[in-house]
Design a protein around this ligand. Structure first.
Ligand code: MN
Length: 744
């Protein structure tokens, strides 16, 4: 790719307008195979030829926007790849790169006919292509780049993708929709140009930028192009003289070299104009020369010669030979005041350095000891670790940080600590590694996290504790109400999700306390002889100095105020009677019949749940036939049963109904004793609510300055739930004792 006749590289003496025409002709099968064999003697000519035919056959009648047969595109991509002299596997992958995505061919077909090495590359390219369609939010570009670097484990995948994009950009003017051209151009500018630069393909990068620039800002580009041509004409004589001077200087010093002229691309000039408040004329390095010598020592000799005749601008001198860039780029850069006080930028390097600079990563691929592949010696020659494999090499590339570019200075390791996921609409969500769906949901939006009920990952229902993976498409299933049961915090790792879940639990508790407080206030009103229906809580609250009825109810629910004192203060003359009994769900015949059944049950018998032991679903139960009362249902552990030991005829076998076992609620009673300290009631209520119990009534049995004895009536579905609640209460520091209240 870098070996292309890049338009940015023109002879300053002979300026020419940049041609947008296809610079890759459509090669024939024989021409393409011949090109590969020319640099890769052991290339598999048969496999190459078959790949050519395969692409032509399967793309069939498909056409490009240009009207060309579609297969001309993969052939052009393959041709671009031959220009960087990549191995036959890469060339074949170039030929086949669109077959899986755009034709009926499957990856298995490719694998069967062309082998694993080709199939793996095609698969990698196909995955990147699919990601492209998801990356519609351009703000995500930087992350997308990191995503590519984190997932591409064979640099050749990236090289095929870049060749693909380069050819698409060269032919983009055939697309009729302006919006589409612009979108593709922006994506190229923000993702593929920086990636090209990162792998050292500077020419590809600047061509991609310039082609994108033409779509994004055609007017600006045209203006700059016009000025550039003008400037080239204006400086033609000067530039020719400098070239002659340089040639003479090198000849006199006995240095054999070639001198190349280079002109800055319109886009790179535009960027300079944009970033620095300078005028066109002040852009220093619009024209530059490159001196290419044979030996490293000659680089310094050439530099010395130049500096003896022209003054160097010290702050512009860079020695990338003694300190190469991390991607292996080596060269001397200097800017001098040449003839006519003209500032000229010079790059001095060997042929080999030039090859690395032009071909980037690909420069270290070659034919060696009958094997074509990554050449560690070649890498070592430019100061890279010879052990470097492709993966490590792509890391190395990712480490490069050029202050002049919009690359981040971060390291690839850092990207590995992240996982890159997508919303169904293609928005990229970057999360710390180990993140789970709730982290994702809250990263997208708080409201989405709050109403999350489940998740689909890559189209499949998955558990909320599933760890997310790179590339996962995550669809959060939502309910209309905030869900987030207790314990969900364990399924998050981000602070954002945790804080949100805690807030959600707090809010739910507050609602719970409010409800409880309202119940307590209504109950006390009734006991004070006031019909609760005639009382507006807001009015009571206002008189008691609360900002709202809800705030007052919450305070009552949390046990922060004495409801009796409140009522007696607000309604002077009324006295709240202490009730001996708790209000509770009536355990009447009808209710009991829903819960209990038995084979020996006499039809029409009246059923009662015993008040003494309050049996709950899950308890083993027995019925005692009592005259004039009916059948009383006791827990088998009930102490009262001893009284019926001598009357076996009264015992009736019973069991819980299916309804009772599948969630009909019964009311269990718990006695709690503990420290009487501020907020103790709130703590108890929280513990019960978190164990999914619902307090229906609460009674203070005894209360002293430092001691409290409470009875809680709690709706539960079965005794197991009650046991859980007991355990939760016992775990509290303020609780001395919590037991199921059954008469002894
Ligand atoms: Mn393609």
């Amino acid at each position: 790719m870098a070996g292309l006749p890049a338009a940015a590289q023109v002879d300053p003496g002979l300026p020419r307008a940049r041609s947008l025409e296809l610079e890759t002709g459509t090669l024939s099968r024989e021409e393409l195979v011949g090109r590969v064999l020319a640099y890769h003697r052991t290339a598999d000519a048969d496999r190459l030829g078959r790949a050519f035919d395969f692409a032509r056959e399967h793309h069939g009648e498909q056409l490009r926007a240009s009207g060309d047969p579609y297969y001309s595109h993969p052939v052009a991509v393959a041709e671009l790849l031959t220009q960087v002299q990549l191995d036959d596997v890469t060339i074949i992958a170039g030929l086949l790169h669109d077959t899986v995505e755009d034709t009926s061919v499957t990856l298995d077909d490719v694998r069967r006919q062309f082998g694993d090495d080709v199939a793996d590359l095609v698969d990698g390219v196909t995955k990147l292509t699919r990601l492209e369609y998801r990356s519609e939010e351009t703000k995500q570009a930087e992350n997308f780049q990191k995503f590519i670097l984190a997932t591409v484990n064979d640099i050749r995948v990236l090289l095929v993708k870049l060749a693909d994009r380069l050819h698409n950009m060269r032919t983009i003017h055939h697309l009729s929709k302006r919006e589409k051209r612009e979108r593709i151009a922006r994506e190229t500018m923000e993702i593929y140009a920086p990636l090209s630069r990162r792998v050292g393909l500077y020419h590809v990068a600047s061509e991609l930028e310039d082609l994108s620039f033409e779509q994004i800002n055609p007017e600006a580009r045209r203006a700059i192009q016009y000025r550039l041509d003008d400037l080239s004409k204006e400086n033609r004589v000067d530039l020719e003289r400098i070239r002659d001077d340089l040639t003479a200087l090198m000849e006199a010093g006995g240095i054999r070299c070639r001198i190349k002229g280079r002109r800055k691309s319109p886009y790179s000039i535009w960027r300079k104009l944009e970033r620095k408040s300078i005028s066109f004329r002040d852009v220093a390095d619009i024209f530059a020369f490159r001196i290419i010598v044979e030996e490293v020592s000659e680089c310094y000799q050439a530099l010395g010669l130049v500096h003896t005749v022209w003054a160097c601008l010290p702050d512009r001198f860079r020695d990338f030979i003694s300190v190469p860039k991390p991607n292996g780029y080596r060269s001397l850069h200097t800017t001098v005041r040449a003839s006519g006080n003209r500032r000229v930028e010079l790059q001095i390097r060997t042929e080999e350095m030039d090859n690395t600079a032009e071909h980037g990563v690909a420069a270290h691929w070659g034919y060696k000891n009958s094997v074509y592949g990554f050449d560690p010696d070649s890498a070592r020659a430019v100061g890279l670790d010879p052990e470097t494999n492709l993966r490590a090499f792509s890391e190395l590339i990712a480490h490069e940080a050029e202050p002049d570019e919009f690359l981040e200075h971060a390291k690839l390791e850092m990207y590995r600590e992240h996982v890159f996921t997508f919303t169904p609409k293609g928005r990229l969500i970057v999360l710390p590694r180990g993140a789970m769906p709730l982290d994702f949901a809250y990263a997208v939006h708080t409201a989405i996290g709050d109403t999350c009920t489940g998740v689909r990952i890559n189209g499949e229902n998955r558990a909320l504790r599933t760890e997310l993976d790179n590339g996962d498409v995550v669809e959060i299933l939502r309910g209309c109400e905030p869900a987030a049961p207790t314990g969900w915090e364990a399924m998050t790792i981000t602070g954002r999700a945790r804080a949100a879940l805690r807030r959600l639990v707090r809010n739910r508790e507050r609602r719970e306390f409010r409800r409880l407080g309202q119940g307590l206030i209504r109950q006390s009103l009734r006991r004070a002889g006031i019909d609760p229906v005639t009382v507006r809580l807001d009015t009571v609250a206002a008189r008691a100095g609360y900002e709202s009825g809800e705030a007052m109810a919450e305070a009552a629910g949390r046990g922060k105020i004495s409801v009796r004192e409140l009522i007696e203060t607000v309604f002077p003359g009324h006295k709240v009677e202490t009730a001996g009994d708790l209000s509770r769900l009536p355990a009447d015949d009808e209710h009991a019949k829903m819960l209990v059944s038995g084979a020996d049950l006499t039809p029409g018998v009246t059923l009662h749940l015993a008040e003494c032991c309050r049996p709950l679903p899950g308890d083993r139960i027995i019925g005692i036939q009592e005259p004039d009362i009916g059948l009383v249902v006791h827990a088998i552990s009930c102490a009262r049963l001893a009284a019926f030991d001598d009357r076996p005829d009264a015992w009736v076998d019973l069991r819980w109904t299916e309804l009772a076992e599948t969630g009909a609620v019964a009311v269990g009673r718990i006695r709690v004793t503990g420290a009487n300290q501020k907020g103790v009631l709130a703590m108890l209520c929280t513990a019960v609510a978190q164990s999914n119990g619902n307090i229906v009534a609460i009674e203070t049995d005894k209360r002293t300055v430092d001691f409290i004895d409470l009875l809680l009536d709690i709706e539960v579905e079965d005794v197991r739930r009650l046991t859980q609640i007991l355990a939760a209460l016992r775990s509290l520091a303020v609780v001395d004792r919590a037991v199921r209240e059954q008469e002894a």
